[in-house]
Design a protein around this ligand. Structure first.
Ligand code: G3H
Ligand code: 13P
Ligand code: ZN
Length: 310
């Protein structure tokens, strides 16, 4: 089937209580690993590219590789999404290139400016049949020693979320409930504000909710990187149990990039450690691709609950 928007997969996710994984893509091996996993798990999937990924891989290469994936697995619903669109122009470029979903990340602006830029993207995207994810709240890591009012200012305000969705007409909303990007999400214990998620869901029950910064930072992969010459001390992510809880509590899209980066790096490092004379890229990229595939499959089947929902 051709690329789909996220509309139907999110409807199903809200009705049946699971989340769709959105995985960041930067090259052929990552795309292949993700769609191989989606095929094995019989799961819908969102492939997403950031503006820096687009700069790296080049938009036409990305679209052609995604096209090849669709031909290989015609029964798997695949959406192509712009992750963290920084401005209207980037969103327009992706929409014109055939993306079926874009994110406009106005979370760096104040509320009114965020509403204005989101609305501008929504108007253009909808005129082309493309859906829009917006973001409200700040995803910066919330350290243990940050006082409560400073932390509260970063979380998404449920009443603002309701107003924001009504005024912008966005199709899904990324919220801040304690996750953050990268490999260092929590200094102490992992903590997510499920109470805020519940309140937001109560106010906008029909709007799919998105969780960014949601990698588990899988301990086995961090250990593997470190065992084979890496140095990633103290990395910590969102435990699988919390992501599972989010998946059955109204979160429809869960973003994963860091875990894929760790899997790829761990796979490559092991080959170089075991055989320092290796220099054929196929030799070190094949196990890396396999490790990404297993990582994605595990999330779909054991954590997000999206397997057999294609
Ligand atoms: O949230 C951002 C994603 O992890 C993409 O990161 O801009 O380095 O491609 P990137
Ligand atoms: P992680 O850094 O936790 O993988 O989050 C990725 C993300 O939110 C991409 O938008
Ligand atoms: Zn993100």
């Amino acid at each position: 089937m051709p690329l789909v928007t996220t509309t139907e997969m999110f409807k199903k996710s809200m009705k049946e209580g699971f989340a769709v994984g959105a995985f960041n893509v930067n090259n052929m091996e990552i795309i292949q690993a993700i769609v191989d996993a989606a095929h094995d798990a019989n799961s819908p999937v969102i492939l997403q590219a950031s503006s820096s990924a687009i700069k790296y891989a080049r938009i036409n290469y990305l679209m052609k590789m995604v096209e090849a994936a669709l031909e290989e697995y015609p029964s798997i619903p695949v959406a192509m999404h712009l992750d963290h669109g920084p401005d209207f122009e980037t969103c327009r470029m992706c929409i014109d290139a055939g993306f079926t979903s874009v994110m406009i990340d106005g979370s760096k602006y104040d509320f009114e400016e965020n509403v204005a830029i989101t609305k501008q993207v929504v108007d253009y995207a909808h005129s082309k049949g493309v859906v829009v994810e917006a973001e409200l709240g700040k995803l910066a890591g919330i350290e243990d020693d940050v006082n409560v009012s400073a932390a509260d200012a970063m979380y998404t305000d449920p009443s603002q979320a309701e107003e924001f969705v009504r005024r912008t007409g966005c199709d899904s909303l990324a919220i801040a409930i304690g996750t953050s990007h990268g490999a260092y999400k929590f200094k102490g214990e992992a903590k997510l504000r499920f109470d805020i998620l519940k309140e937001i869901k109560g106010r906008i029950p029909d709007t799919p909710i998105v969780l960014h910064g949601a990698s588990t930072v899988i301990p086995e992969l961090v250990e593997m990187c470190n065992q084979y010459g890496g140095n990633i001390p103290g990395a910590k992510g969102v435990p699988d149990e919390m992501l599972h809880e989010a998946s059955i509590s109204g979160v429809s899209k869960i973003n994963v990039d860091t875990d894929l980066r760790l899997a790829m790096t761990a796979g490559i490092r092991k080959v170089f450690h075991d055989d320092p004379s290796a220099f054929d890229p196929r030799k070190y990229l094949t196990p890396a691709r396999e490790l990404i595939k297993e990582t994605v499959k595990h999330k779909m089947i054991d954590v997000f609950g999206s397997s057999n929902k294609a």
